[in-house]
Design a protein around this ligand. Structure first.
Ligand code: DGT
Ligand code: MG
Length: 370
């Protein structure tokens, strides 16, 4: 973050999680181009540049009115020098040269196509490109890539077979109806189960690329066995046609995660994000199309944190976790909120930092209680 924050007509929080970032706003012509540059960097494997663009994009999207003068964002946090130069060019000429070049870059546009295949992330898109593939038709025709990605091959096969269906967005109403459908099965297996629809749906998006359903139950022992049973029933009913499931193992970390999610003065980091989840391909009885549904099951004590994590956006989570860590000394994950300190053997500097975090936490507690 910048430290030279001076007067600006706009609010200037240090962390983007404090910015309201609406989907539609007055500076779409700028954020569309920043999004293109961000994605270009991301697909090139340059995560730090991508992240810098994403943070600047949030700042611009949160501006309450159309930006006309570059001076107005000069001193804002999360607007680095290169982002400012891009925005300045857009204000001056209407277009960023970099964004135009990137949008027309042949490697980028090819990888963009590949990434639209279910199961194909940045790493696989890059590998396919390097193997010489240039179109999805070529990938379908010559399957010699299967040996390169043995763990992802099955998902990619599904992705290729159902490319158009899985690439289409799920309208809000259908997300809700699919949620009701899955909930009925879950509640028959485990009466009293609770479900929240997370993801873009919870953020109000009119359509989503997938559905994120988070389940819990007051009985932590019972919820632990819901996911395999639910998947089996959905498969038998012909609703789930493919599932990529990760169920945690009973390691000590998992047991700690399951039963003691909120622990103060915890001296080691428990495993983060080892939530039971299944990424499924679902034959929608609503539209007749195949849809992606993520089903997540967690104990009641972790539910709020998991719902928060699976609501997103990814950038919001990232920033909120950074804020928790840097300003409060907490570790926020989809399992809970942990305070990680070892009192003994701390250096003086660590103890001062600890005191600073304690004060911040107490202030926050007072604010929230008040
Ligand atoms: P969409 O599907 O177009 O409406 O967009 P989102 O925002 O729903 O994106 P999605 O479905 O990829 O992810 C939803 C949120 O869940 C996102 O903020 C990040 C989180 N999430 C996704 N995958 C994982 C995961 O493996 N672990 C954890 N903890 N969170 C995840
Ligand atoms: Mg989603």
């Amino acid at each position: 973050e910048d430290t030279n924050a001076s007067a600006s007509p706009f609010s200037n929080p240090k962390y983007v999680c404090f910015l309201p970032v609406p989907r539609q706003h007055s500076n779409m012509h700028i954020t569309d181009q920043l999004a293109c540059i961000e994605d270009f960097y991301f697909l090139s494997g340059d995560e730090s540049r991508a992240l810098a663009m994403r943070r600047s994009l949030c700042v611009i999207a949160a501006l309450p009115r159309r930006l006309t003068r570059i001076q107005d964002i000069q001193s804002l946090h999360n607007m680095g020098q290169s982002s400012r130069a891009i925005v300045k060019e857009i204000l001056d000429k209407g277009r960023s040269t970099a964004a135009t070049c990137m949008a027309n870059d042949p490697k980028y546009t090819t990888m963009l196509q590949f990434r639209s295949i279910y199961g194909c992330g940045q790493r696989i898109a890059q590998a396919l490109y390097e193997r010489g593939y240039r179109t999805i038709a070529e990938i379908c025709a010559d399957r010699s890539w299967v040996a390169d990605f043995p763990l992802s091959a099955e998902r990619l096969e599904w992705g290729l077979t159902l490319h158009t269906e899985l690439g289409s967005q799920v309208p809000r109403d259908e997300v809700k109806q699919l949620g009701d459908c899955v909930y009925k099965y879950a509640n028959t297996i485990l009466p009293g189960v609770m479900m929240t629809i997370g993801g873009g749906y919870r953020r109000g998006k009119p359509a989503s690329k997938d559905c994120d359903f988070i389940f819990t139950h007051n009985d932590s022992d019972a919820i632990e066995f819901l996911l395999p049973q639910l998947l089996l029933q959905l498969q038998v009913a012909g609703l789930v046609v493919h599932a990529n499931t990760q169920v945690g193992h009973n390691t000590p970390e998992r047991i700690i995660n399951y039963h003691y999610p909120i622990i103060s003065d915890f001296t080691h980091r428990p495993l983060l994000d080892c939530t039971d989840r299944s990424f499924t391909i679902f034959k929608s009885p609503v539209s007749g199309l195949h849809r992606r549904i993520d089903i997540i099951c967690v104990p009641r004590t972790q539910y709020a944190y998991t719902v928060l994590a699976w609501t997103g956006s990814k950038q919001f989570n990232r920033s909120l976790r950074l804020y928790a860590e840097r300003e409060l000394g907490w570790t926020l994950s989809s399992h809970g909120l942990l305070q990680i300190y070892s009192e003994s053997g701390d250096s003086e500097q660590q103890q001062q930092q600890h005191q600073h975090h304690q004060q911040k936490s107490e202030q926050l507690g007072r604010t929230h209680n008040g």
